[in-house]
Write a protein that binds this ligand. Structure first.
Ligand SMILES: [Fe+2]
Ligand SMILES: [Fe+2]
Length: 538
């Protein structure tokens, strides 16, 4: 009984602590901000799309607007609970998504006004007789904002945008549910079609598929609203493709502007950046070839794992290319760029070495800002080490303190830890894991499949138990898939080939060469053990 009372007190205390925690306060503020954004979206639809409707009493309009706000917000809350990809983007992309939806509402109301003006002009000049406003509905770019959201914020945010679009269009352009269905179907097709955007022609393909998806609704409307003639039928069916093409053209024109103004990046912009033409990558390949090679291998690893767990493979690959650009300022202080016997840290004390190594994250972020890299890449640079410890130098500092007769606990941990933040997205989590695993893979003496698999598992367990993945959405199932992908890619790269029966160079014929080769092999082995210790694997 006493235990129950104690535990309920404990529970109450914890709940009170949670209620007053800054994280909860931040979440509540985000939720309120999001509610405000949804109110603005509903009001803009009411004032633009609703204004062109037949006069409705203000009370009806108020109820309609309230209903739309409640439903929009319900969609948002449900998506936050169920869709991890949407939850990740919501932190920074919610305002952006709502702004694009408002832009979509304005674009559709402009299209609707233009249709009305066209019909009026036609009736005055006895042109396109019998074609109604309802038939021109198919020319409206319902899928346009969803195309932009999908290309910049990803699939799950695109699906949420599609639901928003269907709700708003269904509420303000009522035609027996045809509008809601048309907006929803074309938007979902836009989302699915944009799975892999590798060139501008993807927009054209999306436009055609949007048109095809709208055709059944045009057919359905001919049953519900019998056409007045052949021209009316033609306008309805051709309008499906006109709507698709307008959506594609506006999206392809607007996306680069949005990317430039808001610091976002679509997959296409990221692909454009991931070439040797980019000055930062060019400098990395010249100044720090070891880091360049490490980044390329990580790029392959994270791309394959991201594909397997449903994260964004392009963001991962390009993030991997840029994650260590900060090393270009002092490349020779990093193991992958050093030659045997040239260790710059030999003459430095551990805290100075840690300071130099920690600085590559800060330098990387600064370089990223200087070169105006997209926010998503800057975040990956900042988060790729999280708040992990630089264990090798921390242990060295503790050892030195002990040898000097001081308490090893007096060594300041913060001097040997990366500044963070911890990975906030699945892509950042993937990069953090790949970074450590690739470096460890280089140190394996005999890189057989089993050894690589064991090392990958060990490194993933180590990062997971350190708590560095606590703030990203990677699940245990994801970690299992990631381990498989990383093992497969690394085995393909580092797995030793079957030895030839005769050596390519006959070293034994050179006097003393055998001994020299053995001593070189011994040095290599020592170096591997040292590197493994540095990475915390041994
Ligand atoms: Fe790094
Ligand atoms: Fe790295």
């Amino acid at each position: 009984m006493l235990c129950d009372i104690r535990s309920s007190r404990e529970l109450f205390k914890r709940t009170t602590e949670m209620k007053s925690s800054p994280l909860l306060g931040e979440a509540r503020a985000r939720l309120m901000g999001s509610l405000f954004g949804h109110i603005v979206l509903a009001l803009s639809a009411e004032l633009s799309l609703g204004a062109t409707e037949a006069a409705l009493p203000p009370s009806v309009r108020l109820v309609r607007c309230l209903g739309v706000v409640i439903l929009l917000f319900a969609i948002h809350v449900a998506a936050m609970r169920c869709l991890s990809g949407y939850r990740e983007r919501e932190r920074k992309g919610q305002g952006f998504l709502l702004a694009l939806m408002i832009f979509g509402v304005v674009a559709v109301s402009v299209g609707k006004l233009f249709s009305l003006a066209l019909i009026n002009y036609g009736s005055q000049h006895h042109m396109w007789q019998g074609v109604g406003v309802g038939s021109l509905l198919y020319c409206l770019p319902f899928a346009m904002p969803v195309l932009i959201v999908r290309s910049i914020l990803g699939l799950q945010a695109g699906f949420v945008a599609a639901l928003y679009q269907a709700l708003v269009m269904g509420a303000y352009i009522p035609m027996s549910g045809i509008t809601a269905g048309l907006a929803l179907t074309t938007s979902i097709v836009a989302c699915i079609e944009f799975h892999r955007v590798r060139s501008r022609s993807a927009y054209l393909r999306a436009a055609l598929k949007i048109g095809l998806a709208a055709l059944p609704f045009a057919l359905f409307s001919t049953v519900l609203y019998p056409p007045t003639g052949a021209l009316d039928i033609f306008v309805r069916f051709a309008g499906c493709f006109v709507g698709g093409v307008i959506s594609g053209i506006v999206a392809v024109g607007i996306t680069p502007v949005v990317e430039y103004l808001c610091g976002y990046a679509s997959d296409m912009r990221l692909i454009e950046m991931a070439t040797l033409d980019h000055p930062l990558l060019k400098e990395l390949s010249v100044q720090a070839p070891g880091t360049w090679n490490h980044s390329m291998v990580i790029g392959m690893m994270v791309e394959s794992a991201a594909d397997a767990i449903g994260a964004n493979p392009v963001v991962c690959r390009v993030g991997a290319y840029f994650h260590d650009v900060g090393k270009t300022t002092k490349p020779l202080y990093f193991a992958e760029n050093q030659t045997p016997g040239d260790n710059r840290h030999g003459k430095l004390n551990p805290s100075m070495s840690a300071l130099i190594i920690r600085a590559h994250v800060k330098d990387g972020v600064e370089l990223s800002r200087k070169h105006r890299l997209p926010q998503v890449i800057e975040d990956l640079i900042a988060q790729h080490h999280g708040t992990s410890k630089i264990e090798y130098f921390y242990d060295k500092a503790r050892k030195e303190a002990e040898e000097a007769g001081n308490d090893p606990e007096s060594v300041d941990k913060t001097l040997f830890s990366y500044p963070g933040p911890k990975p906030q997205t699945r892509e950042a989590g993937l990069l953090m894991l790949a970074d450590g695993i690739e470096a460890a893979a280089r140190t394996i003496g005999d890189p057989s499949f089993d050894r690589i698999q064991g090392m990958v598992q060990k490194m993933i367990n180590k990062v997971f138990s350190s708590g560095e993945l606590n703030e990203c959405e990677l699940t245990l199932r994801d970690l299992h898939i990631i381990a498989k992908c990383y093992t497969r890619v690394l085995s393909g790269i580092y797995h030793q080939r079957v030895a030839y029966s005769e050596p390519a160079e006959k070293v034994s014929e050179v006097p003393g060469a055998g001994e020299a080769a053995r001593s070189v092999e011994g040095d290599k082995k020592e170096r591997r053990v040292e590197n493994l210790k540095r990475l915390g694997v041994e």
